[in-house]
Design a protein around this ligand. Structure first.
Ligand code: F3S
Length: 411
């Protein structure tokens, strides 16, 4: 891989230990992936964010790099906090876990992370433009940035993302190159109407299973999907598969037409997806044994203020059932707006708990002993059984709210 004189000097230690280590790692990653050079990036999004997934080794690695003088030179945001940022004790977070989470927080703060703990950085300070090169790690955010914004990022991994932040560069491989961004597989969506809210994550889930890491081109999307619909679709596709980029013809910026989406490629395969397929998928991924619902979890990816307002409207002043926990996960931007608008107060008076800057998958939920989790998220449905130890009911937000009020699935 070609290194500039300045990069060679960094490799020889001219800027200190942490940039030297970062350059060694990115140089190796670039060589393995046959990159020709490093390119500047506009921002980084980290996934070394939660003790639940970082473990002791991750915390110690972050502390070590921070101790070596690691400092981010481009805006660097981070995935959700590993426990409720406002009330980790009330969330039954084990003491040792909390101490390790705080150590991890201190290490990344020392390196200069922007403490917006969220998987939706694109709704806040870290909002890319079309064509920007990024080094992001969170899979749902990577799929969103590539698909919805037309920014360019590979699916980075923990530590490599830190190295990118320290150098403000990444190897020019994969999604950074236009020739790698054309469609490979054609998906004919046979829907005579716009999808309903749960059908977007269901479609994402199905696409992830069919595509793996290939780039799908979806033809036939009706109507105008909202940002939130695309957020949940991208997240599910990146969870059940390893999708980094989808082209939705007429919706995503590099797919104004079918021809533009495929460029010089011919579709290697074609699939037809019908509304019946989405309904069948929903049945398949719901694993509940009966109709009792003891946990309703919304906000994977983090709920926006629009989604919180919608839940408040659906509740219509009713209370959550006393035997059901109803938690909404959101970042500080959305929570701040909810407070200013009186939505948080209204939700909390109904019995909803706002879990701040964390999520059901990367914080310890097991101490609550929930048996069945109901969610409107395809990504949460995918990871929930393993990470939370619960059965899953996947449904639309309307049904989630009704179940939270009655404590049961409606027939
Ligand atoms: Fe975000 Fe956690 Fe879901 S990080 S995408 S809310 S698994």
């Amino acid at each position: 891989m070609y290194l500039t004189d300045e990069e060679k000097e960094i490799l020889n230690g001219s800027r200190g230990e942490a940039p030297q280590l970062a350059m060694e790692i990115l140089n190796k990653i670039g060589e393995i992936n046959e990159a020709e050079r490093l390119i500047p990036i506009q921002s980084v999004h980290l996934v070394l964010h939660a003790y639940k997934s970082a473990f002791d080794a991750g915390v110690e690695a972050a502390e070590k790099i921070a101790g070596m003088g690691g400092e981010f030179v481009v805006p660097t945001t981070i995935d959700p906090y590993g426990m409720d940022a406002e009330d980790w004790k009330g969330a039954k977070t084990p003491e040792h876990y909390a101490q390790m989470q705080i150590r991890l927080e201190n290490a990344v703060m020392k390196m200069g992370v922007l403490p917006v703990w969220t998987c939706t950085p694109y709704y806040g300070f870290n909002a890319p433009r079309f064509g920007d090169n990024l080094a992001w790690s969170e899979s749902s955010a990577v799929a969103y940035a590539n698909t919805v914004i037309g920014a360019r990022t590979n699916r980075q991994t923990a530590i490599v993302d830190i190295c990118c932040g320290i150098l403000g560069k990444t190897p020019e491989t994969g999604m950074h190159l236009k020739e790698n961004r054309y469609g490979e597989v054609l998906i004919r969506l046979e829907a005579h109407r716009p999808l309903s809210s749960w059908e977007y994550p269901a479609l994402g889930y199905l696409l992830g299973k069919k595509l793996g890491s290939r780039i799908g081109v979806v033809q036939g999307m009706q109507g105008e999907p909202r940002h939130e619909d695309l957020k949940s679709l991208c997240a599910a596709s990146a969870a059940s598969g390893s999708v980094t980029l989808l082209h939705i013809v007429g919706v995503t910026p590099e797919a104004r037409t079918l021809e533009e989406a495929f460029g010089p490629n011919k579709p290697a395969e074609e699939y037809v997806v019908t509304l019946e397929d989405l309904a069948a998928l929903r049945e398949d991924i719901s694993t509940n044994k009966d109709d009792k619902v003891d946990f309703v979890a919304l906000g994977c990816p983090h709920y926006t203020i629009n989604e919180m307002v919608r839940v408040d409207e659906l509740l219509k002043g009713r209370k959550v059932h006393p035997d059901t926990a109803f938690w909404i996960y959101a970042n500080s931007y959305a929570i701040d707006l909810a407070e200013k608008m009186g939505i948080r107060k209204s939700l909390e008076e109904a019995g909803v708990v706002i879990r701040a800057e964390t999520c059901m998958i990367i914080s310890p939920v097991a101490p609550w002993g929930f048996k069945t989790m109901m969610t409107d998220s395809g990504k949460c449905s995918y990871y929930g059984p393993a990470e939370c130890g619960t059965d899953i009911i996947f449904a639309g937000v309307e049904e989630c709210v009704e179940a939270a009020v009655s404590g049961r699935l409606s027939k």
